[in-house]
Design a protein around this ligand. Structure first.
Ligand SMILES: [Zn+2]
Ligand SMILES: [Zn+2]
Length: 369
């Protein structure tokens, strides 16, 4: 075998064009798994990584934090969360977060593992040159360190459906947990990217009586409708006042019981406060990176309204596990594989990043072969 047989797409440093590099196949330590990558996703996080907008990222980096692969090798006995052994040939995914310590104040007292300072994330905070390497999904193989949390794909969930849902579905599952949707609630989603679209689908599965989506472009809004949204509007072609009026009209004048922000635009936040009804709930999940400030009148939009505002950042193992259950149970109702607009090889990741950034695609998928 060649000395460095594994090809991977690498971001050498922020802003630099991605390039394909070759790496050795590291020997497996006990408890480690080697995954042959079937598909990995390109999401907004990768665009931020490309522009150097996330702090504490060790470049050069092999991106791809959510991936699906076939187990090529296992060293010793490794089990999934239900105690089932992981075997060569299984199709699995894994929790991108590796190494929350379960020993610090955040892990044990605040029970906020997403804030653990020892948290490492495949494809985001594990450098390409950091041993053992192969730490992201834009690579022919991924090295899963001992202790990585494995989730086997359910028998009726295809790699396409899983990667079409991508990291957006577990994030949306987390947002739903915090949104506490009641049967018959009127739910308004701001944003029609993968997170917003999954939120719209999950709100309906949670029993919402009405779901509206504000987003763009038209192609994404068409997916929202296909996912069952009752009402959509193009944010680029309407004013705040027009949207407020339309949502009030659709909710008998009250506003939405629950608003979910999944747009990433700070200006969406004061608007979302207005779109929610008095004593409603507002979950903010789209402001994953710092896109700037927004001006809010706290008397009118928070106090007087009795508005509950809940931030939601990242996802944990339970959300990935539940996402798999949702895909298995409702995959025939909601076709998450339809989110995949285009597939790219390792040589085309620059194009994939540009397409995601320009919103030319809903979901870009990397097939490393
Ligand atoms: Zn992602
Ligand atoms: Zn910790």
């Amino acid at each position: 075998m060649a000395e460095n047989p594994v090809r991977a797409a690498v971001m050498p440093e922020p802003g630099a064009p991605p390039e394909v590099r070759r790496y050795p196949l590291p020997p497996l330590e006990p408890g480690a798994i080697l995954l042959k990558t079937l598909a990995s996703e390109v999401c907004g996080t990768d665009v931020h990584l490309w522009h150097g907008r996330l702090a504490g990222v060790p470049y050069p980096l092999i991106p791809g934090h959510v991936s699906v692969g076939e187990v090529a090798a296992v060293h010793g006995e490794v089990h999934d969360v239900e105690g089932v052994p992981v075997r060569v040939g299984d199709t699995v995914t894994f929790l991108d977060v590796h190494g929350t310590c379960n020993a610090c104040w955040y892990c044990l007292v605040a029970k906020a593992g997403t804030r653990c300072p020892y948290r490492k994330v495949y494809g985001v905070t594990m450098g390409a040159d950091e041993p053992p390497g192969l730490s992201g999904g834009w690579s022919e193989f991924i090295y899963l360190k001992p202790g990585t949390k494995i989730v086997p794909l359910a028998k009726n969930v295809s790699p396409d459906a899983f990667i079409g849902a991508g990291c957006g579905l577990p994030t949306a599952v987390h947002a739903m947990e915090l949104a506490r949707i009641q049967l018959g609630d009127r739910v308004l989603v701001q944003g029609s990217g993968p997170v917003g679209l999954s939120c719209a689908a999950l709100a309906l599965l949670s029993g919402a009586g009405w779901v509206g989506v504000i987003g763009s472009p038209e192609k994404r809004l068409a997916v929202a409708s296909a996912f069952g949204a009752d009402w959509t509007t193009d944010v680029m072609e309407t004013t705040v006042d027009e949207r407020l009026r339309a949502v009030r009209d659709a909710t008998r004048g009250y506003g939405a019981d629950v608003v979910i922000e999944a747009s990433g635009n700070p200006a969406a936040v004061p608007e979302g406060c207005q779109l929610a009804r008095d004593n409603g709930r507002y979950v903010i999940v789209g402001q994953y990176t710092d896109n700037g400030d927004a001006l809010i009148n706290p008397h009118l939009l928070i106090n007087k309204k009795h508005l509950t505002i809940q931030g939601c950042w990242g996802s944990d193992f339970s959300h990935v596990y539940r996402a798999m259950e949702v895909l298995s149970r409702f995959g025939r109702q909601v076709d998450w594989s339809a989110l995949i607009t285009r597939r790219y090889g390792l040589n085309d990741v620059a194009q994939a990043l540009a397409d995601v950034e320009a919103r030319r695609v809903v979901k870009a998928v990397i097939i490393p072969d």
